[in-house]
Design a protein around this ligand. Structure first.
Ligand code: ADP
Ligand code: MG
Length: 344
């Protein structure tokens, strides 16, 4: 695949909607970059610019390797696309759908046949070659869409929420398949989703978007463990927020004192993941509360602890732990488990 670069891409729609503020983005060859963010933040618009379905406002540039494709029409960019809705040809067979792009490229019939059959084998669609699209399940259709998109060896594969319409089990399976496929083939891919689990599972890097801007770019671990701003901290995963007056590394909270806070004296804020809080004997704890609710999720036991003044903390404990509603507990958070944005 190619490397992809967007430079200063602003997008204003005809009705005046400013969908993208000047956006700079670069994707390495062979990398899977995930665009993650809430609905309306500009993910699809970004993908459509790269595809050539939309064009950036004056001044924006799009480069594939070092070639400027800003004004290149879609059919000359050689991109593969997979969308949430399958956009397959309903009255063609699976094999005809998958071979379509090669036919358009005027590849000889014998070679089309050969490459389609290899592709169908690889995608575990061999047995369905002669079925019509309307005789397939949702998961099978998405496999066909994927096969159709990659058979022409596109310079970049663009995927826009391809799994959103599928049920949970199928989604997990296809997610794993897409993951191994992208890595095996070394395709440059840009994958759009609003689902953070999907983003973590698939992305070499994740771009978190907020209102047409990049909020943070990083590896899944960086995004999860080291969010750089409140938006990313709140958007990714479950998180607890502790806010209070800090004095000599102690933060005063309604439910007690949180010690070891790396913040300057004054009003401050600390985030903490549910799995990073330890439940200890309440007698020795700076932070105390009562178990308010419990939820067994198998691999973990999620509990909610309420301190005085209704501050609620969510904690993930071992699946075999036992907690009763009303039980007094203490909470401990080690300094290295705290996420502090404006570190002292
Ligand atoms: P996402 O894919 O992240 O949900 P979109 O890229 O589809 O977001 O949309 C970004 C913003 O641009 C939204 O405010 C949306 O309403 C607006 N938008 C998208 N397409 C158009 C259009 N053709 N005309 C006007 N506004 C649009
Ligand atoms: Mg979208």
């Amino acid at each position: 695949g190619a490397s992809i670069r967007l430079e200063g891409c602003t997008k204003t729609f005809a009705d005046g909607t400013l969908a993208l503020h000047p956006l700079d983005l670069s994707v390495q060859a062979g990398e899977t970059l995930v665009l993650l963010g809430p609905s309306g933040c500009g993910k699809t618009t970004t993908l459509r610019l790269i595809a050539g379905l939309e064009f950036p406002d004056d001044g924006g540039r799009i480069l594939f390797d070092d070639e400027d494709v800003t004004h290149t029409p879609i059919e000359k960019r050689n991109v593969g696309m997979v969308f949430q809705s399958y956009a397959l040809f309903p009255n063609m067979t699976v094999a005809e759908n998958v071979g379509y792009g090669l036919k358009v490229q005027k590849v000889k019939a014998a070679e089309v046949k050969q490459r389609v059959s290899e592709m169908l084998e690889m995608m575990e669609l061999g047995a369905l070659a002669h079925r019509r699209i309307d005789q397939l399940s949702g998961g099978q259709r998405q496999r066909v869409a994927l096969a159709r998109a990659i058979i022409t060896s596109p310079r970049v594969l663009l995927l826009d929420e391809p799994l959103t319409a599928l049920d949970a089990i199928l989604r997990d399976r296809l997610r794993a398949d897409i993951n191994s496929l992208l890595r095996r083939l070394g395709i440059t891919a840009i994958y759009v989703t609003h689902d953070q689990d999907e983003a973590m599972a698939l992305g070499d890097r994740i771009v978190v978007m907020d209102h047409g801007r990049v909020s943070q770019i990083g590896s899944p671990k960086e995004i999860y463990f080291a969010p750089q701003n409140d938006f990313v901290a709140d958007f990714i995963g479950q998180i607890n927020t502790f806010e209070g007056q800090v004095s000599c590394s102690d933060m005063r909270l309604p439910g007690g004192v949180l010690s070891g806070v790396a913040l300057a004296d004054g009003q401050g804020k600390v985030y903490c993941r549910p799995e990073d809080i330890e439940v200890i004997n309440s007698a020795n704890a700076g932070l105390r509360g009562q178990v308010h609710q419990t939820q067994f999720i198998g691999d973990r036991n999620r509990i909610w602890v309420k301190g005085a003044n209704h501050e609620r903390v969510v904690i993930d404990t071992d699946g075999r732990s036992e907690f009763k509603v009303g039980q007094e507990v203490g909470l401990q958070i080690r300094p290295e488990q705290m996420i502090v944005l404006d570190r002292r």
